[in-house]
Design a binder for this molecule. Sequence first.
Ligand code: AVI
Length: 323
Amino acid sequence: MSFATTAPSEVIRDFAREVARDLALVPKQIQSKYLYDALGSSLFESICRLPWYRITRAEARLLTRRASEMVAPIADPVTLLELGCGSGEKVALLAEALRNRRRRVAIHLIDISPTALELSERTLGALEHVSVVGHRATYEEGLRHAARERPPHGGLLVLFLGSNIGNFDSPASQEFLAEIRRALRPGDGLLLGADLVKPVDELMLAYDDPLGVTAAFNKNLLVRMNRELDANFDLKAFEHRAVWNPIDRRVEMHLVSARPQTVSIAKSGVDVKFEDGESIWTESSYKYQPREIVELVSSVGFESHAQWIDPEARFALSLFVAE
Ligand code: AVI
């Protein structure tokens, strides 16, 4: 496996500009998409294997047990489209459930990471009844391309899994779901994975794990800024903190300054002052009640078809059909 350490220059330019803008906000923040450079993506994969982070395994359990019900309402020939494909194992479970229909299944994979696309294409290569198209693109661009390339007949099932929806705030999640709906035809489906509200001690173990992997994932953002933006963050002078915000029902990740300090970020053209205890807010993970998921998705033109809940981890997969 190789770890690309240099991002393309336009990515670095946007990163530099957005960091300058968002560190001037109160509270200071950095968008969570910047957590995922090569090392960050690999740390996230490790998080998914931690005993305390249960989303990935809960979702795999539901998919393994209920995949045939999940594809049942989608008309042949089926196209599957996964937003953020990871390793391709989840879409493979759904493709496997379509095998007995004896029709070819087209799979579109959308991810900005070439490594994720390659890995998924390899996983799916073992299935002879599928054809796979990878799109190295943002979710929005990929959705548009795939919708244009799909056949005139048959249904499309969009997969948005892993509780990625939880990293969008409320207006952004609604806007993004509406964008998905606009790319679909009536009768197409959306399978949405979302983590549910659960006891706070469980959430804290998931987002501040005893092995420190989530802390490394969060602090890698400082490593990335030092490398790509010529910043001089002292890694020992910032701490990982996860907090449960009960009003907005989200886990927030922060990087907290352990002392008063000024950090220079050369490519952003800024010197940023931190008070002792001041934080950079790096991610929100919203947690839902099952009913809220149905209401959110129904509000943008979908009808709720079914919802499966993993009782151990409190995680839901919900299936919607475009009206
Ligand atoms: C990718 N996303 C759904 C993860 C989450 O749970 O919000 C990212 C993550 N952050 C900390 N641990 C995992």
